[in-house]
Ligand binder design. Structure first.
Ligand code: ADP
Ligand code: MG
Length: 468
């Protein structure tokens, strides 16, 4: 059965992916409609689940019918100690021979849920999926004064990854200004020019999750090794590492390793390095080794060309005055600009009406008003904790330290004031408290603001920040 599945799978993916992810699998058992396959590691299993689950399902259903079930058996490892095979230098001639067979350890546990260490055998010749979005390219990243430096630095890096002084390349700028797009574009271009290079795009958030998982499962070393074999590492929204000491530490090690080996690192952040809070100094100083390039608000001309480009790609025509109206009214966020175009097109096509200036006004109004009115509880917590220079986790923590309790109460107060959320929902979102706590917080803030000048100023400042 498994061999037929394999034949089907082989026809549907690249030979390289097949070799990497399917050859090492061994079928171990078939009972009724359940096929057990043995995979070399927990990581391997997760990768299969994430990337090939559909393919596996289809192939298995073809063989065993609708009731087909797949059971993973994970080879466990804990006999190697520090002598993990891939920590040793492997002559390149032998690498291609490394398969799971070399890690022939007894199956200690058949339950994939168990949190035991795993290893990634032969990882040196594992093909890592880049996670790049091919629709984010340099071609459709329009150039303007606002992004010229970042864009050309990105090009330079793409031409010679690891071979310029832009290492790391840190792209920073506000929300919706193209950081993620540019980061992908660099990766896509590198993949195009240097197909043999291992490129990996990952958000800092996902990186953090993976790291935490690896610690839970006692796999920290494997996590590090996985990242150390990458040629071009792109980490998006690096500011999200703020306040996360453990993740910063592991990233520091990975960064150093890659940098020392001439590998390229590309980072994005919504803040300039100087403004990043709760990021270790040694990490910040690494960021400054290379080039920090800012994406600024696009000027009018650039906004117009971005709109026209989008319309062109969508095959939609729009009168010039409307294009300019949009460009004039949505200035600081390209994502919003695109959103407005999309809803304009949608409105006109659903209602079978032409795109008129009137319609554009309505939509932009909605758009701008909505984005103004929509202050979320997350956003409030973020603003409040920034203001008091703590991170959101601290704000939500169980601590009774006075200044933290006050910050939390203020966040609750504003959540009540600016959102429609119920007291219970506010409570659960701000550190799992109950509605009575929120009610108490609101009263406390009212009282304190009436009696304590300093406190009153906090509330007023924040009120301003949240209503702009
Ligand atoms: P960020 O990561 O900075 O929040 P994104 O990269 O997600 O922003 O960009 C938001 C949207 O704006 C994306 O759809 C992106 O394609 C588009 N965009 C940003 N900059 C440009 C540009 N220079 N040319 C064309 N589209 C752009
Ligand atoms: Mg982004």
């Amino acid at each position: 059965v498994w061999n037929s599945c394999l034949a089907f799978i082989k026809d549907n993916i690249t030979p390289q992916a097949y070799k990497t992810w399917f050859e090492p699998i061994q079928a171990v058992k078939l009972t009724d409609c359940a096929l057990s396959i043995q995979v070399p590691s927990k990581f391997f299993y997760e990768w299969l689940e994430e990337h090939y689950v559909k393919l596996l399902k289809v192939s298995l259903t073809r063989e065993l019918g609708e009731k087909a079930k797949l059971v993973y058996v994970i080879k466990m490892e804990n006999t190697y100690g520090n002598k993990l095979p891939f920590t040793e230098k492997i002559p390149s001639s032998q690498r291609s021979n490394m398969t799971s067979q070399e890690v022939d350890v007894p199956i200690k546990n058949k339950n994939p849920e168990l949190k035991n260490p795993f290893i990634i055998p032969g990882i040196r010749n594992v093909k890592i999926e880049s996670q790049l979005n091919p629709s984010y390219s340099f071609d459709n990243f329009l150039e303007g004064d606002s992004n010229r430096l970042a864009r050309s630095a990105g090009m330079a890096v793409a031409n010679k990854p690891g071979g310029t002084s832009f290492n790391p390349l840190l792209i920073f700028g506000g929300v919706g200004l193209g950081k993620t797009h540019l980061a992908h574009a660099i990766g896509v271009e590198i993949k195009d020019k240097y197909p043999e290079k291992t490129v990996l795009y990952i958000s800092a958030e996902k990186f953090t999750q993976q790291y935490i998982e690896s610690v839970k499962k006692n796999n920290r070393n494997d996590f590090i090794h996985f990242y150390q074999i990458i040629d071009v590492l792109i980490v998006d929204d690096i500011q999200l590492l703020s306040g996360k000491a453990g993740t910063q530490d592991v990233f520091f090690h990975i960064f150093n390793h890659l940098h020392q080996n001439g590998k390229q690192v590309i980072l994005t952040s919504d803040k300039a390095p100087v403004d990043m809070q709760d990021i270790e100094q040694r990490l910040l100083s690494r960021f400054k080794w290379g080039l920090s390039a800012e994406l600024q608000n696009p000027d009018f001309e650039t906004r117009v060309s971005i709109i026209k480009n989008k319309l062109y790609r969508d095959g939609v025509e729009m009168p010039e005055d409307i294009v300019e109206f949009l460009a004039n009214n949505i200035k600081t966020n390209i994502r919003e600009l695109e959103g407005a175009i999309i809803s304009l097109i949608a409105h006109s096509s659903f209602n079978k009406k032409d795109i008129t200036l009137d319609l554009a006004k309505k939509i932009v109004d909605n758009y701008v008003k909505n984005t103004k009115r929509e202050v979320s509880i997350d956003y409030i917590q973020k603003v409040v904790s920034d203001y008091f220079q703590m991170d959101v986790d601290t704000l939500q923590s169980k601590t009774r330290k006075r200044h933290i309790v006050q910050a939390r109460q203020i966040a609750m107060f504003f959540a009540k004031k600016f959102t429609k959320a119920s007291l219970a929902s506010i409570g659960s979102q701000i550190g799992s408290r109950d509605h009575a706590t929120v009610l108490h917080a609101c009263k406390t803030v009212d009282n304190l603001a009436a009696t304590d000048k300093q406190f009153k100023k906090f509330v007023e400042d924040l009120n301003k920040k949240l209503t702009i």
